[in-house]
Design a protein around this ligand. Structure first.
Ligand code: ZN
Length: 372
């Protein structure tokens, strides 16, 4: 088992929730710390609040993963008199790196909103609003016979994913020719003499935002001094990603009963809802955190109710006019399930990558709001 570096973790997260898919206004990725530092214990929290940072330090973690950006508004100074500055200093003093995965995680397949749908029993889900599609390329590389597996091993962390399949590749056998010139140090053949080598042509699908990492891995693992490869942009659309989800409850129920179930399933003591208690609900739109900007989209797609947090008074009035109900379970309750969700993905990805490491979810986080 290997020990991962902080930069390896950035790469792992980038594969399941690409940072390039974050909203433009967001600040995701490595927030604080040394990309080259080793990581054997990782804490996960919704917010990079003081208690979460202290928990990570007390647990001997060298990395904290948060959903909400650890640094959101740009800092002009790191003053210990300032809450943001003192948290940055606290993390740095204890060699704790912080990576945030926010709106990139919201839109990811298996990310925040899929977790929320699953928790609420909402099935046959589609996206409330499509945010884009993965852009794809084909990586073609020629490798001497007998070296295919070593090269594929290095490439699979970056490419070869087709839908629910990973490690996908295709190979054909053939003959490569080359004449090493003065100054070359050929793996096969001699300087000045034309060589004909038995080679395999390997083909793999790669997301364009992972292509640079794949090519870097190729250069590192390929036995040739000058590997021959093609990186070809494709017209194929990759997986769609989207904001929010819309799907169905297994059985129609009343708004009041549904609201009670949401409260129970999300473990919130209380919540607010808007709409007639006895109205029937079956088609459910949802968006963890602050999702009221998707109200019209939810209505357009025929949702009976939207589940989110941070609904405002005038938005509730608009929903009334549109004839769509709101269940406002709060920002915290609709997102805190990411802590266990991300921990599970990280455990799986670390193990798939052959990395040793422990992932510790911080489950003591509390909603800053209390109800009486
Ligand atoms: Zn949020």
């Amino acid at each position: 088992m290997k020990i991962a570096k902080v930069s390896d973790l950035v790469g792992i997260i980038n594969r399941f929730a690409p940072f390039a898919h974050a909203e433009e206004w967001d600040n995701v990725g490595l927030q604080v710390g040394d990309p080259a530092a080793p990581v054997s214990r990782i804490a996960v929290a919704l917010d990079g609040e003081r208690a979460a940072v202290e928990f990570a330090i007390a647990q001997g973690c060298s990395l904290l993963l948060t959903h909400h950006p650890f640094i959101f508004s740009p800092l002009k100074k790191i003053s210990l008199a300032d809450p943001a500055g003192s948290l940055v200093a606290l993390a740095l003093r204890h060699d704790l790196a912080v990576i945030s995965l926010h709106t990139n995680y919201d839109v990811a397949a298996g990310g925040m909103n899929d977790l929320l749908a699953e928790r609420l029993g909402v099935v046959r889900c589609g996206h409330l609003r499509t945010a884009g599609w993965d852009e794809l390329a084909k990586l073609v590389v020629y490798v001497p016979t007998g070296h295919e597996e070593t090269l594929l091993e290095a490439l699979f962390p970056h490419c070869g994913v087709v839908g629910n399949y990973r490690d996908c590749s295709f190979r054909t056998a053939g003959t490569g020719t080359f004449r090493p010139l003065e100054g070359a140090q050929p793996f096969i053949g001699e300087v000045g003499k034309r060589e004909a080598a038995q080679e395999s042509r390997l083909e793999l699908l790669v997301r364009r935002d992972s292509a640079a990492a794949a090519v870097a891995a190729l250069h590192k693992a390929h036995p040739y001094e000058e590997p021959a490869y093609d990186l070809v942009p494709l017209m194929n659309r990759g997986a769609a990603r989207g904001l929010g989800r819309i799907g169905y409850l297994e059985r129609e129920t009343t708004l009041e009963q549904f609201a009670r179930e949401v409260a129970e399933r999300l473990g919130c003591g209380s919540l607010r809802y808007a709409g007639a208690p006895d109205r029937r609900v079956r088609k459910v739109a949802l968006c963890g955190g602050s999702g009221m900007s998707l109200l019209r989209e939810a209505h357009r797609q025929g949702a009976d109710v939207i589940v989110t947090g941070d609904a405002k008074y005038h938005e509730a009035r608009s929903a009334e006019e549109l004839g769509i109900a709101i269940v406002d379970a709060g920002h915290f309750a609709t997102e805190s399930l990411m802590v266990e969700g991300v921990a599970e993905v990280m455990r799986r990805e670390l193990s798939a990558g052959g990395y040793a490491g422990e992932v510790i979810p911080w489950t003591d986080g509390q909603d800053p709001f209390r109800s009486i």
